[in-house]
Design a protein around this ligand. Structure first.
Ligand code: SF4
Ligand code: SF4
Length: 243
């Protein structure tokens, strides 16, 4: 990198280098396994280690949640006629992204791709998990619809029950090696609708190539960390030799 190179140019150069590396390994894998030419997409990579969930993180989460629940309970249980999925899809559409009609299995492809990344976006979840009052109102309304009597205490206890013993160091309190420890319906609206740039690129590449499989690479700021062939039925990890 020249000393005059801007950060954006440096990042582009880095992405191009890492993508070229991933393409080379993907082509070799394709030749070995008889896989046709597929898109190769670069995603972020979570490369943190796990640790016991610190007591202070647990307390900080519950303190904040208590305040958010109190705020959400200032209002009556809202009309919950719009499902979480419909809300998430409409928010994604507002952000210029939508699940493609041509690929019904796109949620599965996204799930397998996020698994290869390991949840880098969740590292921003800290001790809040993006759980603001609007999300808590939705969860309360859904549980009420299901016939439960929901109190601030019962809701806090329900969230507390999903706090894991171990999580990724410094990441969201719910971020574990098996993904988010919260059931999807209890996650924040933001968590349920977020799609990173790499996933948006993957979607565009699949739609334009009319494929339902892709090679997905996960990289930190310097190295490829993981590579997988992602299909509608899951993913096959590929060993990164010689990197
Ligand atoms: S949305 Fe992007 S950053 Fe987040 S887990 Fe999925 S691939 Fe990783
Ligand atoms: S609540 Fe779950 S999905 Fe949301 S940031 Fe934390 S680990 Fe990620």
């Amino acid at each position: 990198m020249s000393s005059r190179e801007s950060p954006i140019a440096a990042q582009r150069a880095r992405n191009a280098r890492l993508t070229a590396q991933a393409e080379q390994i993907a082509r070799a894998d394709g030749a070995e396994h008889g896989v046709p030419e597929l898109p190769v997409i670069l995603l972020p990579a979570n490369s943190r280690n796990t640790t016991e969930l610190p007591e202070e993180s647990r307390d900080a989460f519950l303190d904040k949640l208590r305040g958010t629940i109190a705020e959400a309970f200032l209002e009556a249980v809202r009309d919950n006629s719009a499902s979480m999925t419909a809300e998430a899809e409409s928010a994604r559409a507002d952000a210029g992204w939508a699940l493609p009609d041509s690929i019904p299995a796109m949620p599965d492809i996204i799930g397998a791709s996020c698994g290869t990344c390991g949840g880098e976006c969740c590292t921003a979840g800290g001790t809040h998990g993006f759980l603001h009052a609007d999300s808590i109102m939705r969860v309360r309304a859904q549980l009420t619809d299901d016939g439960e009597t929901v109190t601030p205490e019962s809701l806090e206890a329900r969230y507390a029950s999903y706090l894991p013993a171990r999580h990724y160091r410094g990441s969201c309190v719910f971020h574990t090696t098996t993904g988010c420890n919260l059931p999807r319906a209890m996650r924040s609206n933001l968590c349920n609708r977020y799609v990173c740039g790499g996933l948006a690129q993957l979607t565009r590449a699949l739609v334009s190539s009319q494929q339902t499989s892709a090679y997905v690479a996960a990289a930190d700021s310097v190295h490829l960390r993981r590579l997988a062939l992602v299909t509608v039925t899951g993913s096959r990890p590929i060993t990164l030799r010689g990197l």
